[in-house]
Design a protein around this ligand. Structure first.
Ligand code: SF4
Ligand code: SF4
Ligand code: FES
Length: 363
């Protein structure tokens, strides 16, 4: 019989310093930091710390919370610069990443501040969720009793159903920082919830809409920030990639933004060269991997508009002109290994989507 031992938790309250970002847009004053020393056991949450500071020292600190059990999604904030649920972060964990021994708490990013730690979820997050038609459009005729759905299909959408709409992924999304109009990780994960549901009748319409929108699925830069931020392992970026695969490969949707072809260009370049070939990327994104594709007029136009950025990158030494033009070289043996991976994957009769979220086995 095996036994596991865990260190006993201290029930002795200890002092923690909290630095809270304060801002009231209606006051006309600039944002500032406030510091308070609270006393709690280390396993208590940052939320409890904030509430203690609010009760003992300053009742005007603005924080939104409800369940205190990582279920309602209300208490999203940034702790030491990282998005987190305040009720789901222990003080003794938070202190480890505190820069100067003070736990820093500020409102989530990419959303306007209403007061202190409270952001306007309606102006950004909920607006985007509404954008993706977040309800089932039932196939007709509706059965007299319930729909019968096979188990695998529901397992497939379970991961997105775990979302508690906390907005942590939205807070950290780099694409949204540059383009606030991007539909964003939480709303697109929600879109997959219905695209993956066999009872939904609007799969193609939804995918076409999200592909053709310049701020839709192809606006994501694949940066992984939302994956790291999510407290519920929803993996929003993974859901966006699944939407792309289904839209491009299964539904054959070629979007006006050239997102699908651009993605294919990356894949075929790695197959052919083992590494990215920058000079080939643009022509392939427009003309496919045929030799004549290089002369696609749209590729020339795009090249011209990208010239200032290219020149800047060369001047700053970020791009080597020789490597960019002639491509990176890898050993033939390594290239053969890459090609074998492609042959193996592409040789499969159908794509297999593995949902790693669900673990465990059927009896
Ligand atoms: S992976 Fe995409 S959706 Fe997620 S944070 Fe990065 S840009 Fe945003
Ligand atoms: S996907 Fe994760 S981080 Fe984003 S809103 Fe849902 S639970 Fe929060
Ligand atoms: S208070 Fe509900 S998730 Fe934190």
């Amino acid at each position: 019989m095996s036994s596991t031992t865990t260190a006993p938790r201290s029930s002795v309250p200890q002092a923690f310093k909290l630095r809270v970002r304060r801002y009231d847009p209606e006051s006309g004053q600039a944002a500032y930091w406030d510091e308070h020393e609270i006393e709690l056991e280390g396993h208590r949450s940052v939320l409890e710390g904030i509430l203690q500071a609010k009760n003992r020292f300053d009742g005007s600190i603005g924080i939104r919370c409800s369940c205190r059990q990582a279920i309602c999604g209300s208490c999203g904030v940034r702790i030491n610069g990282e998005p987190a649920l305040a009720c789901h972060t222990h003080l003794d964990e938070a202190i480890k990443s505190a820069k100067d021994g003070v736990i820093e708490i500020e409102p989530m990013g990419n959303m306007p501040v209403i007061k202190d730690l409270i952001v306007d979820m309606d102006a950004v997050h909920w607006k985007k969720v509404r954008r993706v038609t977040p309800w089932l459009i039932a196939k007709q005729p509706v059965p007299e009793r319930e729909y019968i759905v096979d188990r695998e299909s529901m397992v497939d959408v379970t991961q997105t159903m775990a979302c508690i709409q906390c907005g942590a992924c939205v807070s950290d999304c780099l694409a949204m920082e540059v383009d606030p109009g991007f539909i964003g990780p939480a709303a697109l994960a929600k879109a997959y919830r219905f695209v993956g549901d066999p009872r939904d009748d609007a799969r193609h319409v939804r995918l076409n809409d999200l592909s053709q929108d310049p701020q839709g699925i192809y606006d994501c830069t694949h940066c992984f920030k939302c994956v790291e931020a999510c407290p519920k392992d929803v993996n929003p970026m993974g859901q966006i990639m699944r939407l792309r695969r289904i839209a491009g490969s299964d539904e054959q949707i070629v979007d006006v933004n050239n997102g699908h072809r651009h993605e294919e260009a990356f894949t075929t370049l790695i197959r052919d060269y083992g590494l990215l070939h920058e000079a080939e990327l643009l022509p392939r994104s427009y003309g496919g991997d045929s030799w004549f594709g290089k002369f696609h007029p749209a590729a020339g136009k795009e090249l011209l508009s990208s010239l200032p950025a290219i020149v800047k990158a060369v001047v700053k030494g970020k791009v080597s002109p020789t490597k960019a033009i002639f491509g990176h070289k890898i050993a033939k043996r390594d290239l053969d290994s890459v090609k074998r991976i492609y042959e193996r994957v592409e040789g499969k009769p159908q794509r297999y989507e593995l949902n790693l979220y669900i673990v465990g086995e059927d009896e």
